[in-house]
Design a binder for this molecule. Structure first.
Ligand code: GCU
Length: 337
């Protein structure tokens, strides 16, 4: 029933989007005679650092392409949850979306490597990985499904929040903790001692409030943006994940750009990725201050080793799942200082 309602909604959205979309690719527009509106689905608010980075990207793109391309960002999951919006991109109903890395695991399991627990040592390490080109092949690996990953944003480090401080995996026994919708994420949380419960982000607040979940895991910015501190006031720094958020685009639109416009697009996207790292750090501090003022507690964990050890089987499984996965893992680790 719920599923049916969701697909009906997706259909409605895509009909609406198709009807209101400004155009196709350069090629479809007959060599840029018609400006192309790139509709972007975003599942968080206008205050989010990724929204700000994308907005700036859009302004510059329009300027530098002489108006050939413009961005229209729909925030607050207006076009659906991340899984639904990836499908809208795939079917060319919209042109772009920001989705958490776990969403792409169902298109190619090698993506799980770049979202593994404790794979990045620090933000500097992650930035190096995002900007060094080592992910280029992975990002083009799902073009047969009409999806090109055109960039990856940091979403900080994720930690666990619930109704009590957490210090060890034993503290999570029997605790249903929401995870993003992928098998890897579920396995991870189970190994960390709790019960991983995959769910779309928009449903989490009510689920915790109603006792369907005991908590969730996310970064400070989203914890505060979605007011989850109201229902789960203890945020304990497990810092188990630094999951990339991927900017995905319809391959037919991306590959339909003229070489000049593509060069502009890629260059501005690289700038947006760098600037989002800066915006991110400032927003984490603001988010923590807001939550603390509202009564939330941020808990440092004395020893992270038990959590790090607990997820080793998952790392081994993902790394050994294919030759490409292994090579990818090695090149990521090779960039750690
Ligand atoms: C973060 C991430 C989102 C993701 C969300 C989630 O906020 O930036 O891309 O949707 O976590 O937990 O679903």
């Amino acid at each position: 029933m719920k599923k049916l309602a969701k697909s009906a909604m997706a259909l409605l959205v895509s009909t609406f989007v198709l009807a209101s979309c400004g155009g196709g690719s350069d090629a479809a527009a007959g060599g840029e005679t018609k400006p192309v509106t790139l509709k972007v689905a975003f599942n968080q608010s206008e205050a989010h650092p990724q929204y700000k980075a994308l907005q700036e990207f859009g302004t510059k793109l329009e300027e530098e392409t002489g108006g050939a391309y413009k961005l229209e960002i729909s925030p607050n999951a207006l076009l659906g949850d991340q899984r639904a919006t990836a499908e809208l991109v795939q079917s060319d109903a919209i042109q772009m979306a920001v989705v958490g890395n776990p969403i792409l695991e169902s298109y190619n399991t090698d993506f799980s490597v770049i979202g593994l627990p404790y794979v990045y040592d620090s933000q500097e390490h992650q930035k190096e990985v995002f900007t060094s080109g080592v992910l280029n092949d992975l990002f083009k690996s799902v073009e047969d499904k009409n999806i090109t990953v055109v960039g990856s944003f940091t979403a900080g480090a994720r930690s666990i929040y619930t109704d009590k401080p957490v210090q060890t995996p034993a503290d999570l026994a029997g605790y249903k903790i929401r995870v993003m919708q992928s098998d890897t994420m579920k396995k991870m949380l189970d190994l960390m001692g709790g019960v991983g419960t995959p769910m779309a982000q928009g449903e989490v607040y009510t689920a915790i409030q109603q006792g369907v979940l005991e908590g969730g895991e996310n970064n400070e910015v989203t914890y505060v943006d979605l007011k989850h501190y109201e229902v789960a006031p203890y945020f304990s720094y497990t810092e188990h994940l630094m999951v990339p958020d991927l900017v995905i685009m319809s391959s037919s639109v991306y590959n339909g750009m003229t070489p000049e416009n593509k060069e502009i697009f890629d260059r501005l996207m690289a700038e947006a990725i760098n600037s989002e790292f800066e915006l991110w750090n400032a927003d984490v501090e603001t988010a923590k201050a807001t939550a603390t003022a509202a009564g939330a507690t941020f808990v440092e964990i004395d020893d992270l080793t038990p959590f790090q050890e607990s997820v080793k089987p998952l790392q081994d499984e993902a790394i050994n799942s294919s030759e490409t996965a292994k090579a990818l893992y090695e090149s990521i680790r090779g960039l750690a200082k």
